[in-house]
Design a protein around this ligand. Structure first.
Ligand code: ZN
Length: 120
């Protein structure tokens, strides 16, 4: 993902500047910071693409499958191949017919990071 790499190289520069100013940061702080920046880059990419799909400001409808594909592309939705429902509370449990289950389905779930109440 080109844009993520761009943002990440900017993150590396910021971390380098911190090191120069405050001394060496811990690896954990570096990793946490990088992960947070990568997540922001993904969400930014997702939002930008939704604006394009919606043809904003001229206006248009976003196709549900385009939305889903874009969400997968940017990690907002995560996929898993299944031959049986993940559990009663999962979307896939009600969505697919018996025939579809025999061939195997793709379960789409909102990324765990987005369903967390607080950042730990
Ligand atoms: Zn599922």
């Amino acid at each position: 993902m080109e844009e993520t790499e761009e943002v990440m190289s900017a993150v590396d520069e910021v971390l380098e500047a911190y090191r120069d100013m405050f001394g060496t940061k811990s690896d954990r702080a570096n990793e946490t910071h990088k992960a947070a920046c990568a997540e922001i880059a993904s969400l930014r990419g997702f939002v930008k693409e939704l604006f394009e799909l919606a043809d904003w400001p001229d206006g248009g409808d976003i196709d549900g499958f385009d939305f889903q594909d874009t969400a997968v592309k940017f990690g907002v939705l995560e996929t898993e191949q299944r031959t049986e429902p993940c559990g009663e509370s999962c979307n896939c449990a009600e969505y697919y017919s018996d025939d579809e289950w025999q061939d195997g389905i793709t379960c789409y779930r909102i990324a765990a990071a987005l369903t967390k109440e607080k950042i730990s």
